[in-house]
Design a protein. Structure first.
Length: 140
């Protein structure tokens, strides 16, 4: 197994996208603390113009390493229990739709940033076929 420092680029991406699962329609926002057992759903996505190149098995291995890092970095206070979605979630937009916006957070008109749209669209697509209520966090 590689030392944790070799995972830094991957972990930076994961840290940016490990977020509380957006609530389903009519439900309150997730306010669970970020410590203890963290039930995480991993939603592998592909775009209309960019299909996946990794296997679900490879994502499972990567998430095991990410979980190890979070446990070490939190001195055992955050334990990730990740479940990788069984297939690739095909989003209805090209990659540039989610990556063209360099803004952080909402813009002045209240429009969500590209990364927020990515999360919302991925969760919405997954919810159409799967109950996500057991999970408190999502990685896209």
């Amino acid at each position: 197994m590689r030392p944790l420092r070799y995972l830094a680029p991957l972990l930076l991406t994961s840290l940016l996208l490990l977020v509380p699962l957006p609530p389903a329609a009519g439900q309150a926002a997730n306010t669970r603390p970020v410590k203890g057992q963290l039930a995480v759903i991993v939603l592998p996505v592909e775009f209309t113009d960019f299909l996946h190149t990794e296997s679900i098995q490879a994502l499972n291995q990567t998430m095991a390493q990410v979980a190890q890092y979070y446990s070490a970095a939190s001195f055992g206070k955050a334990v990730i229990r990740a479940t990788v979605f069984s297939g690739w979630v095909l989003l209805s937009h090209p990659l540039a739709y989610y990556g063209a916006d360099n803004a952080v957070g909402d813009d002045d008109a209240g429009n969500p940033s590209g990364s927020e749209r990515l999360i919302v669209d991925a969760v919405s697509a997954a919810r159409s076929s799967t109950d996500l209520s057991p999970f408190g966090f999502v990685v896209v």
